[in-house]
Design a protein around this ligand. Structure first.
Ligand SMILES: Cc1cc2nc3c(=O)[nH]c(=O)nc-3n(C[C@H](O)[C@H](O)[C@H](O)COP(=O)(O)OP(=O)(O)OC[C@H]3O[C@@H](n4cnc5c(N)ncnc54)[C@H](O)[C@@H]3O)c2cc1C
Length: 480
């Protein structure tokens, strides 16, 4: 080891929800942890590009990692979200049989749910379904009360921040390019940050590189389980429609479908998502997050069918996210998460497609157990379980509290984002994030500025001015 090599017990590649959940879990112990992420912030890939649903576990074949870890992950979320002050809404889900042909599939879901240990399931007839969601169509439904919604990037940012507060180091804008195994079994991780090489040495290596996990595995000569990117496109609807649907409404999934079908998802922040589609990407760029005219047209049509009060002005933006599948296009469907240790100390988390968000805390427990069999894990006495600081949204506070806060800090008295009611203080907190991340998306996800109806038309120039005048930084350094 040279003097410039950085020694760690564990290096985690990838700061999505899975890598950050692992970092947070391991930061409970007396170990040195590094998280290496090629993007300028955490949660910039699949973990910010999904439906944000905590699945109950009815969809997955009994005995699989997806079944076991989604049920366990879902059950862990209330306590985790309370500790990390992340909003979660347990709004439940109706999986709906539209006609007689769907009935065997609906009953199969219930059977799977029983075997997987999903709590509180109920079969409902049309009247019972309509008591939960007025006007819903379909002949029979399966109600799962543990289904919930959460902000996927909110959770990831909170996990990362708490791991950081507990000593995990984050190397952002730092792409892992090669990994070698030294004679004594240590991993030599070679990465590039702003044109400079970083070498990190670790006893254990966790590969949570999402869409690129197979490439990272191949750096160690571990082949197989190739990743195929399968794009899901969405529309985001205006908050005007908040409250139009009070629960998650999904069609019964058909066996060969690579996703769960196009549906409406109310978000934890009060928007509604229409989507996602499911189309394998044919070119080589797994991070091609385009949205396409034919899919947008389908989503508009489906949106009008599912929510007849929709008007053109309700569509405020679109986006897409790519599933890291290990099933090729000609096969379709879904394969199980790959969670194994193909080399001593090398933990491979590959093909973590849906329900990876739901399962993340449970995956982190498994990784802790695998690493614990190799490295002694002693709990820290001073582990900080709760996220510190002020995490509530100013716009949601009572007038009394708002006035009190603005008196104490005038930056609370200045609105930067009109649509979402985000104050200058909240944008400053996002800019001054503990990880030192510099990205507009990071400011957006941390404060919700630029996420409203005008999509930054009003607040972006103000944020640019804040960066220039208050921090001496150029907004172009934040564009990514
Ligand atoms: C359309 C869609 C809808 C979904 N809906 C849901 C849902 O409702 N509920 C649910 O539970 N799950 C859902 N999922 C699945 C869920 O989003 C993923 O399982 C989860 O986000 C995966 O997290 P991750 O941390 O493994 O991957 P990512 O978030 O992709 O993180 C991997 C990170 O590794 C980094 N990286 C890659 N290569 C390198 C390298 N060489 N060096 C350094 N860093 C690297 C990437 O930049 C990235 O930040 C959905 C997925 C999609 C696409």
């Amino acid at each position: 080891m040279t003097r410039r090599d950085k020694p760690y017990d564990i290096v985690i590649v990838g700061a999505g929800v899975v890598g950050c959940a692992v970092a947070r879990k391991l930061s409970r112990y007396r170990v040195r942890i590094a998280v290496v992420e090629k993007e300028p912030d955490v949660s910039m890939a699949t973990s910010c590009r999904n439906s944000g649903v905590l699945h109950s576990g009815i969809n997955y074949e009994p005995g699989t990692n997806r079944a076991r870890l989604s049920v366990r992950g879902n059950a862990m979320m209330d306590a985790l979200c309370e500790e990390l002050k992340v909003p979660i809404r347990r709004i439940g889900k109706l999986t709906i049989a539209l006609d007689e042909r769907d009935l065997p599939l609906l009953y199969k879901q219930r059977e799977q749910g029983f075997e997987n240990g999903v709590p509180g399931m109920e079969i409902m007839n049309r009247e019972e379904m309509r008591r939960i969601q007025p006007g819903v169509s379909g002949i029979l439904g399966l109600w799962t009360p543990t289904s919930a919604v959460i902000s996927p990037y909110g959770l990831t940012i909170a996990l990362a921040g708490n791991a950081y507060a507990n000593g995990a180091e984050f190397f952002l804008s730092c792409a892992v390019e090669s990994v070698d195994v030294r004679g004594d079994g240590a991993f030599i991780v070679s990465a590039v940050r702003h044109g400079k090489r970083e070498t990190l040495v670790a006893s254990a290596l966790v590969n949570s590189a999402g869409l690129h996990a197979d490439e990272v595995s191949r750096m160690l000569g571990v082949g197989g389980k190739e990743i195929y990117a399968c794009r899901g496109e969405y529309f985001v609807l205006d908050k005007r429609l908040d409250g139009s649907i009070g629960t998650l409404l999904y069609p019964v999934p058909r066996p060969k479908d690579p996703g769960l079908g196009i549906h409406l998802t109310p978000t934890v922040d009060g928007n509604i998502l229409i989507g996602p589609s499911a189309d394998y990407i044919s070119g080589g760029d797994r991070e091609d997050y385009a949205t396409t005219a034919p899919v947008m047209e389908t989503l508009r049509r489906e949106g009008r069918r599912l929510l007849p009060s929709l008007v053109a002005g309700d569509y405020i933006r679109n986006f897409s996210g790519n599933r890291p599948k290990t099933t090729p296009p000609e096969k379709g469907g879904n394969a199980d998460f790959v969670i194994d240790e193909p080399l001593p100390g090398f933990i491979r988390l590959q093909g973590i497609e849906s329900p990876g968000l739901t399962s993340a805390p449970a995956i982190a427990e498994e990784v802790r157990d695998l690493i614990g069999a190799r490295i002694p894990l002693y709990e820290k006495e001073n582990f900080i379980a709760s996220r510190g600081g002020f995490t509530e949204r100013f716009a949601e506070l009572s007038m009394e509290t708002k006035v009190e806060l603005a008196r104490a800090d005038p930056d609370y008295g200045e609105t930067v984002c009109r649509c979402e009611g985000v104050t200058k203080r909240e944008v400053r907190d996002a800019i001054e994030n503990p990880l030192g991340a510099r990205s507009l998306k990071g400011i957006k996800y941390r404060s919700r500025a630029m996420m409203g109806r005008c999509q930054g038309g009003f607040c972006l120039p103000r944020i640019a001015r804040m960066l220039r005048e208050d921090y001496g930084r150029d907004i172009f350094g934040y564009m990514n």
